[in-house]
Design a protein around this ligand. Structure first.
Ligand code: ASP
Length: 204
């Protein structure tokens, strides 16, 4: 059975936050702990951080590069975008695809910037995050993570994209349109590149 190697660059944002008395807060190692505890993200019969096979028969072996400190995207600066691009460059030959976990507040700007920085890209770079963290009972994080992993692990879409709420958008065509809905992003003048539903349909 084939498997794909994916690097998850975890910059911060709500997706990996833990619930505390004072609301959501970033916590070192918590995202990894959460992923290891969920069977969709980790097959206990396989090495750590290997997914079960998908409907198309692919497993994804992924690793997590966690930023220290974890960043709230509303505090991120241009230098943080450069750091993400450099991390992708440094690990470019070691992985088949990259997922960047990022806060939603400035995700559209970061994704657009990365799309112009990563010239001659030949592998998928998918930026995602969520409105509610993975650790919440009801959340959009699981779906966004699984969709991003399925796309990154299965299709060769060699550009910087943003995945949110079942839709894969071209990275420099997106804006955040809602701070409280799960359907938080839109691409007004350009149709999504792919839809993740019962099947995944890519608009080649
Ligand atoms: N303030 C958070 C951030 O942008 C919100 C989020 O992750 O959605 O990092």
């Amino acid at each position: 059975m084939s498997s794909t190697r994916v690097l998850i660059i975890y910059t911060g944002g709500t997706i990996g936050m833990r619930t505390t008395e004072r609301g959501y807060a970033p916590a070192k190692g918590y995202l990894r702990e959460q992923l290891l505890s969920m069977p969709q993200f980790h097959d206990s019969q396989k090495p750590e951080l290997t997914t079960p096979p998908s409907r198309l028969g692919k497993r994804i072996q992924y690793q997590i590069k966690e930023y220290d400190p974890l960043l709230d995207s509303s505090n991120m600066e241009h230098s943080d975008w450069v750091n993400i691009a450099k991390d992708i460059e440094a690990h470019y030959l070691d992985y088949d695809a990259f997922i960047v976990l990022h806060g939603t507040d400035t995700m559209a700007y970061a994704t657009a910037a990365l799309s112009f920085m990563l010239v001659n890209l030949a592998k998928p770079v998918i930026v995602t995050g969520s409105q509610l963290p993975l650790g919440e009972v009801r959340n959009d994080a699981v779906e966004n993570m699984l969709g991003a992993l399925a796309l990154a692990g299965t299709y060769s879409i060699p550009e910087v994209c943003l995945f949110f709420r079942s839709k894969l958008y071209r990275g420099n065509r997106v804006r955040k349109v809602d701070a409280s809905a799960f359907d938080a992003f839109d691409s007004g003048n350009f149709s999504p590149l792919a839809y993740v539903g019962v099947d995944i349909s890519v608009q080649w």
